[in-house]
Design a protein around this ligand. Structure first.
Ligand code: SF4
Length: 413
């Protein structure tokens, strides 16, 4: 049988721009842990109106042609071969190490030299493929915000090409909007699953219609239930994201109650909490500064999560692994671990205030450092002032800590 992939991959590797494969800005935290290969099927977000979201702000949505996505897959395969050859030549049982990455980078100036364009993208390509290979080359994540918006025949062609190019791939995953899930027929979803699209990450953010409308999410709670249930029936693993704090002071309780009801109806495999952080360039940050949105305090968000969990009646695995969450330890299999998770929340809320303040500041500071490595000087100073106020038990300690945390969270991804 003739391979669908060009044999002359080396030509791709010296073909200027054609060598690089596109990469979008984000992927779910779990796909980072799995070191998924990132393949961009669409660019940015077709909706791009959610008030709390700044990820694709100012970026234009675009479909990508199937032939271009396939070319990206070819390029990823060429990078894979290059890394594997270098690993074999360095005699470390074929392991992909930092040394191997550096060897590939430095031994091919024709490709990785400055004159051939975007150095950052080339470095990201090389790192992504290297980490993916080192982790067993088992998972692929389709970027950007909603791969299911593609027409099914095109998406199937991409999936088939992908799994044929990389036979080690066991699972392909993607972000999808509830509306796109709902729009696909069950037969289409089954076909996609057959082609190894085995998990969808869907951002519900809230199950409360008032919150969804206020945040311009562009979907109703009913549509979310219908879209989610269809994915579950098709046997595709479903990971639903929920955003504690998104209702603000006014809608907090309804947000928790209605979200618990929607998640209970959908019964996804995973619920991932991604607490609200007012991010730089998001409309919601401006609204909060103008007094049009009242943010919950961090402790109120924690209490809201407690209410949500107490009301959930489903079998999902709940995770708090996103940097915007305060209590990463709130994690477990429902319904069995419900009490354990509520105890984590109670234990935090019962701590004396100075301890809670110190915990929050430390946690947010570490999360920021984990992404950026260091703090810009003005932020560093703000955090230092908050620590000083805490140590001196100054009356303004709480305000200082809150202000420092708010500034740190603007940079959260
Ligand atoms: S939250 Fe998702 S759907 Fe909303 S604008 Fe951002 S990427 Fe698009």
């Amino acid at each position: 049988m003739t391979s669908p992939h060009p044999q002359d991959d080396r030509r791709l590797a010296v073909d200027g721009e054609a060598f690089f494969f596109e990469m979008g800005p984000i992927r779910p935290p779990s796909e980072g842990n799995d070191h998924s290969l990132l393949i961009r099927t669409t660019r940015n977000c077709s909706w791009n109106q959610c008030e709390f979201c700044a990820t694709y702000r100012g970026e234009k949505f675009g479909y990508r042609q199937v032939k271009d996505i396939k070319k990206d897959i070819d390029v990823a395969r060429a990078v894979q071969e290059e890394l594997q050859n270098a690993a074999a030549a360095r005699g470390r049982a074929g392991w992909i190490t930092q040394d191997v990455i550096r060897t590939v980078w430095s031994s091919n100036p024709q490709l990785y030299g400055e004159e051939t364009g975007n150095l950052t993208l080339k470095w990201q390509n090389l790192h992504n493929v290297a980490h993916w290979l080192a982790a067993g080359a088992r998972t692929v994540f389709l970027q950007d915000a909603d791969a299911l918006i593609m027409r099914t025949p095109g998406l199937l062609e991409v999936l088939n090409y992908l799994t044929s190019a990389f036979p080690t791939v066991e699972r392909v995953t993607a972000y999808a909007r509830s509306r796109s899930c709902r729009r696909k027929s069950l037969a289409e979803l089954l076909e996609l699953r057959q082609a190894r699209l085995l998990r969808l990450h869907v951002g519900l953010e809230s199950g409360c219609n008032a919150v969804l409308e206020r945040m311009k999410k562009g979907v109703t709670a009913r549509e979310q239930v219908e879209g989610g249930q269809k994915v579950v029936v098709a046997g595709i693993s479903l990971c639903n994201y929920l955003m504690p704090g998104l209702g603000g002071k006014e809608l907090s309780e309804r947000h928790a109650r209605d979200s618990a009801a929607v998640l209970t109806e959908i019964n996804p495999d995973f619920i991932r909490l991604r607490s609200l952080a007012l991010r730089r360039h998001s409309p919601l940050l401006t609204q909060a500064r103008e007094g049009l949105f009242t943010e919950l305090s961090e402790d109120e968000v924690v209490a809201e999560i407690g209410l949500l969990i107490s009301l959930l009646q489903c079998d999902a695995y709940l995770v708090s692994d996103q940097m915007a969450n305060l209590l990463y330890a709130v994690e477990g299999q429902l319904p069995g671990d419900k009490e354990k998770m509520l105890q984590v929340i109670d234990a935090y809320l019962q701590k004396p205030e100075p301890e809670r303040l110190a915990f929050r500041l430390r946690q947010r500071w570490r999360s920021f450092l984990a992404v950026y490595g260091s703090l810009p000087a003005p932020l560093e100073q703000r955090v230092q002032e908050a620590w000083d106020a805490l140590r001196q038990e100054a009356p303004e300690a709480r305000d200082r800590v809150d202000a420092a945390i708010a500034a740190l969270k603007e940079g959260f991804v």
